[in-house]
Design a binder for this molecule. Structure first.
Ligand SMILES: NC(=O)c1ccc[n+]([C@@H]2O[C@H](COP(=O)([O-])OP(=O)(O)OC[C@H]3O[C@@H](n4cnc5c(N)ncnc54)[C@H](O)[C@@H]3O)[C@@H](O)[C@H]2O)c1
Ligand SMILES: O=C(O)[C@H](O)COP(=O)(O)O
Length: 596
């Protein structure tokens, strides 16, 4: 890359040695947990119960014992079940995390009432339709779920309902217990050879399909997003919605409740089904228009239904649907096996504890998931990104008016190999936090930037050379602003800072058109001066007199004896008097103190 200035790095004789690469390079936040000190990456969270206290987790619905034990090792656990919405809103301001199942509405009011303390909502199960995800994201609250541990339980319950419905098990059971013996009334239908349409071919749907094939059924599936090869692998054909519902003898629902799937089965779609079709729903009640289902049952279009889930839970006791003779119901039991509940409890407890520690959760619902190995590699670049953002915004006159920021990632790796979401989020954090009271994390970074009218334009530069490192440098440029340190402006008129990771430690390597090299630790003083002998000593002595420890000094100059920019790393914040003295050194033309 062409340079417009030469540079040199000097170490002051009395300077503290830089961190070795063996020392922690990510000492961003440290919290005392269970008596142990830990250095935590602050990608997302940090429990805010105070540096020395444990975080508090509110468990609002019954959770398996193994999960509770895991939580208790790490946090204060408050198990309070059956809270009213008002009680939940009152309690939540004292909690760092909340764990729920499907029975608790985590509404916008819950996030508003938390006063910013709530950092994680753990959904002990799959469906997150009871959590206001938009509100969670706005408030920077991570939502995690437990997507795998109850899959088999739900699939088994689907099959149980399918068979029970076909053979009138529930109705016959009630009849026998009522003293009757109605063998002719409860003649059922066979499953073998019948066509089952699995609607939603995800985790549960595919397990239902596998089991139904074992029962000798002909299984077809509809799922606009499922890969055909996964279906083919278990001998299932993916078909259109109309073909699935038009040819099936049994329809089993396994899609999530979303605006697109809400009331997917309605008067119009029931009319397209085979007369006498049978419906199973272990997904969500809202995917069926329940009044339309009652009409279809009464008209005989639908012969029977078996339902585990309802639009309103628990449903009204006088509901025509619940009371319908040809409807079999269970109270949302799909995930309720001993095994699934223990599994879900462990899965969610691990996710919540990890998130409270600031780790990226693999089951995050409202934040990008970054695989652990990618994360390890990106760690120092994540820190670099945040610090470049912090430096750049502090260079803006008045610190405000930042609207357009261009970020350049230079790497020898193919663009597809670099996921910049985490880096972008940390740059946004760096840009916004020094000038506001907003807490920015990976969850709410893009949202917060948008709210503040901050546009981040990202560019990749493909470099020649070895793709060993994920990145060579990151450059942050702020356009259409003035700088309180004129030398930070690039030739094209933007504030420009650039950094690299050296031996695992982020370094500032360019300011404006000047190349420097100073490790991004502590704080930084940037001075522009006439390049002449003795400047390092002069400024170093002023700082030394006040016992301000200098960690690094680096001088970048345009040409010998012309202008130079000196970057000085200091551990402490110099007093106003010291900064004034530096400003009074005759050769110093401008300077700025920047907090990292
Ligand atoms: N009754 C229970 O206790 C219980 C237990 C577990 C899961 N569930 C529910 O079952 C559903 C599925 O769970 P999962 O773990 O299989 O989730 P999943 O995400 O693995 O699968 C859902 C599938 O639905 C598909 N889909 C999305 N929109 C669709 C549409 N318009 N038409 C057809 N398919 C569509 C997706 O592509 C995905 O493959 C969820 O709603 C979940 O909450 C209920
Ligand atoms: O979405 C789910 O995981 C199921 O509906 C289970 O819900 P539950 O945790 O309330 O049993």
């Amino acid at each position: 890359m062409a340079t417009s200035s030469s540079f040199s790095t000097l170490r002051h004789p009395s300077l503290k040695l830089p961190l070795s690469s063996k020392q922690s390079v990510f000492p961003v936040f440290s919290v005392n947990l269970s008596g142990r000190k830990r250095n935590l990456p602050r990608f997302l969270i940090v429990a805010s119960g105070g540096l020395s206290s444990k975080p508090t987790v509110l468990v609002a619905e019954k959770l398996g014992a193994a999960g509770l034990d895991l939580l208790k090792d790490f946090a204060n656990v408050d198990c309070s079940y059956n809270l009213t919405p008002e009680e939940l809103c009152t309690k939540i301001s004292l909690c760092d995390a909340l764990i729920v199942r499907s029975g608790t509405k985590v509404s916008r009011e819950v996030f508003e009432s938390s006063g910013g303390r709530l950092k994680v909502v753990g959904r002990a199960g799959v469906g997150i339709d009871n959590v206001d995800l938009a509100a969670a994201t706005e408030f920077g609250c991570l939502v995690v779920n437990a997507p795998t541990a109850n899959t088999v339980a739900a699939a088994e319950h689907g099959i149980a309902l399918l068979a029970a419905m076909a053979r009138n098990v529930a109705q016959a059971d009630a009849s026998v217990k009522a003293g009757k013996w109605q063998r002719n009334k409860y003649v059922g239908v066979s499953l073998v050879g019948k066509t089952l349409a699995v609607m939603g071919f995800g985790k549960v749907g595919s397990e239902v399909a596998r089991r139904a094939k074992g029962l000798g059924m002909n299984v077809i599936a509809h799922d606009p997003y499922a890969p055909a090869d996964r279906a083919r692998a278990i001998g299932v054909e993916l078909v259109s919605f109309d073909e699935a519902i038009g040819t099936a003898d049994f329809v089993s629902l396994h899609m999530p409740l979303t605006p697109a799937t809400s009331k997917m089965l309605n008067d119009e779609t029931f009319a397209k089904m085979k007369k006498g079709v049978r419906i199973v729903n272990v997904a969500r009640g809202g995917v069926i228009d329940e009044e339309a289902l009652v009409r279809a049952l009464d008209a005989g279009t639908v012969a029977q239904a078996a339902l585990d889930v309802f639009t309103v839970e628990p449903p009204p006791t006088d509901s025509k649907l619940i009371q319908h003779e040809r409807v079999t119901v269970t109270p949302h039991l799909g995930a309720s096996t001993m095994e699934a509940q223990e599994g879900v409890a462990i899965e969610i407890a691990e996710a919540v504890v990890g998130a409270l520690k600031g780790e990226l959760a693999a089951t995050a619902v409202n934040a990008p998931m970054v695989p652990a190995e990618v994360l390890t590699e990106l760690k120092p670049f994540v820190e670099l990104a945040e610090k470049l953002g912090r430096l750049a915004v502090q260079l803006v006159t008045g610190g405000s008016g930042v609207k357009t920021v261009k970020v350049t990632y230079a790497s020898a790796r193919a663009p597809d190999d670099l996921d910049t979401r985490l880096l972008r989020a940390m740059i946004i954090k760096g840009l916004i936090e020094p000038i506001s009271s907003v807490f920015v994390n990976l969850v709410n970074a893009d949202y917060t930037a948008k709210q503040r009218g901050l546009r981040i334009a990202e560019e990749r530069i493909l470099l020649d050379g070895s793709p060993e490192n994920p990145l060579e440098y990151i450059q942050v440029q702020i356009a259409n602003v003035e700088s309180k340190f004129a030398s930070a402006m690039s030739d094209s008129g933007e504030i420009r800072v650039e950094g690299r990771v050296k031996d695992g430690i982020p370094h500032l390597t360019r300011v404006g058109t000047f190349e420097v090299d100073v490790s991004l630790e502590g704080n930084i003083i940037l001075c522009r001066q006439v390049d002449q002998p003795g400047m390092i000593g002069t400024v170093g002595s002023i700082l030394g007199e006040e016992n301000v420890n200098v960690s690094f000094m680096s001088v970048g100059r345009i040409a010998p004896r012309k202008h130079a920019v000196m970057a000085i790393g200091v551990d402490d914040q110099p007093s106003k008097e010291v900064l004034k003295k530096i400003g009074e050194v005759p050769a110093i033309e401008e300077f700025v103190f920047l907090k990292l």
